[in-house]
Design a protein around this ligand. Structure first.
Ligand SMILES: [Zn+2]
Length: 208
């Protein structure tokens, strides 16, 4: 393969769930399909990080307003929404989980995205989680959080992370709850159906 094509294939292979063969297929497709595909893909990808980035408060994906300065901080639509209950904070592992819970339509509070789970096997410890930022939000005197709902997935790492978050948040005096069972163990929140996920949120229980 031409070297340039190999470079593009290597980039595609870094995307989640894309193996080497698929990456090669993508690169070949972009090289041989309508020129417009390659040009649009290139332009959109190059501009993406200037316009879309993690929300500085909760870690959800946020879009910067048109004409925003490059260094400007982003606030997501949920953090900006004044009608949402600031006293209820739902802690999730990933943005995909937040989106799945939003689809269920039962969550009226705000969110906090950890970005990762505790994972001793992968060398991810408590210091690697944004707990300080979470603490600041829960302790914000302008908008005190009464309930922290821990909605990490029901996997080994998800449960270990839930325990850690519960301990940290309980120390701040917040009431900590955990989504009810119903999402299969080891399952991904992202792939749970809306009704199951909705029930898991509504049926949440006090932690411990
Ligand atoms: Zn946000």
């Amino acid at each position: 393969m031409p070297e340039r094509l190999t470079r593009v294939a290597h980039l595609f292979a870094r995307l989640p769930g894309v193996g080497e063969k698929t990456a090669q297929r993508f690169a070949l497709f972009v090289a041989t399909a309508d020129e417009e595909v390659a040009r649009d893909l290139g332009a959109e990808l190059a501009a993406l990080r200037d316009h879309v980035r993690p929300c500085e408060r909760c870690g959800n994906i946020a879009e910067l307003a048109e004409g925003a300065q490059p260094g400007e901080v982003a606030r997501c639509a949920i953090c900006r929404d004044e009608r949402r209950d600031k006293a209820l904070l739902c802690v999730v592992a990933r943005v995909q989980d937040l989106l799945a819970i939003e689809r269920s339509g039962v969550m009226r509070g705000k969110y906090f995205v950890l970005g990762r789970l505790l994972s001793p096997l992968d060398g991810i410890s408590a210091e690697d989680l944004p707990l300080e930022r979470l603490r600041r939000i829960v302790e914000d005197p302008a908008a005190p959080v009464n309930e922290v709902l821990v909605a990490t997935p029901p996997s080994v790492d998800g449960e270990a992370t839930a325990l850690l978050v519960a301990r940290e948040m309980a120390a701040l005096g917040a009431r900590v709850t955990r989504i009810a069972s119903g999402v299969p163990h080891g399952g991904d929140l992202e792939f749970a159906d809306q009704v199951t996920l909705g029930r898991a949120i509504e049926g949440r229980k006090s932690f411990g």
